[in-house]
Design a protein around this ligand. Structure first.
Ligand SMILES: [Fe+2]
Length: 270
């Protein structure tokens, strides 16, 4: 069994201080083997926000896979946004992230969908570099075929119907189809500040999309929350853990059977 805690959109600077103060005790009970953080770790990419985030990440036991969000560029440094948008992230947070994680049940790789600036009005939108996607997928394919293969991004590749935010990620549809062709099993994301877990069938294959809510005060009609994933030989279970009435509570789990995922994998050569 592998226990995974998935966070996103903590937005240090505007984090929910009450929820964050109670978080460690709740996470301890989940005994995570790996922590995944799907971006927007800070609110404005300020140094003090990154330092607070670093201290919190260091307080978490075990390995972490981390990817930056669009808020992890420097909001108030236009030159940095153009020439070194992830300079602070790379200096302070990136060294805390595993390049990838694998065990007997899961393999997880980060993929950055955020940009410092883009040739479009809304710089907050996600972009998938398809060459980077191939590189990440190659590393996942090199792990045991028995593992559930996941990528960790900030932006949903395709926004779920339930999302209070409806945007498009550049190359998102193509990326989802390509990932399913490559037998990647799940996309872990953040950005929409509302949790979700669903399966998609691009090109008649299957791939899971699992989004974490936010632990900031920037809510979109949803309580603060994070996800707990349990992967064993038979199932993947995703449980939203949400902050309500001064304590964390557990939502009804979403369960996916591994046999459905394995059924679409190519037959391995003898
Ligand atoms: Fe966010």
């Amino acid at each position: 069994m592998t226990s995974i805690v998935q966070f996103a959109d903590i937005h240090f600077g505007v984090e929910d201080k009450d929820a964050m103060a109670a978080l460690a005790a709740t996470v301890d009970t989940l005994k995570p083997d790996i922590t995944v953080i799907c971006g927007d770790i800070t609110q404005n990419g300020k140094r003090d926000e990154f330092l607070a985030a670093r201290d919190w990440i260091k307080s978490l036991a075990g390995p972490k896979v981390i990817t930056p969000g669009n808020h992890d560029t420097q909001m108030y440094g236009i030159l940095q946004r153009f020439f070194d948008p992830f300079g602070r992230y790379n200096k302070i947070i990136a060294p805390l992230s595993e390049p990838h994680y694998t065990d007997q049940n899961v393999s997880i790789m980060p993929l950055n969908t955020s940009r410092g600036w883009q040739a479009k009005l809304d710089w907050s939108l996600g972009v998938v570099d398809m060459e980077e996607l191939e590189r990440v997928s190659d590393q996942l394919k090199a792990t045991s075929p028995e593992t559930v293969k996941m990528i960790c991004v900030h932006h949903p590749l395709v926004y779920p119907p339930s999302s209070p935010l409806q945007k498009e990620t550049e190359n998102g549809v193509e990326a989802l189809i390509r990932l399913s062709e490559l037998n990647i099993d799940a996309v872990l994301s953040g950005h929409v500040h509302a949790p979700f877990a669903l399966e998609r069938q691009p090109d008649e294959t299957e791939i899971m999309s699992i989004g974490s809510g936010t632990l900031s005060v920037r809510r979109r009609d949803k309580p603060a929350s994070f996800n707990h994933l349990i992967v064993n030989e038979e199932t993947i279970t995703v449980t939203e853990i949400f902050w309500e009435d001064g304590k964390f509570a557990v939502a009804t789990p979403w369960i996916k059977h591994i046999s459905e995922l394995k059924s679409r994998r190519p037959v391995q050569p003898l």
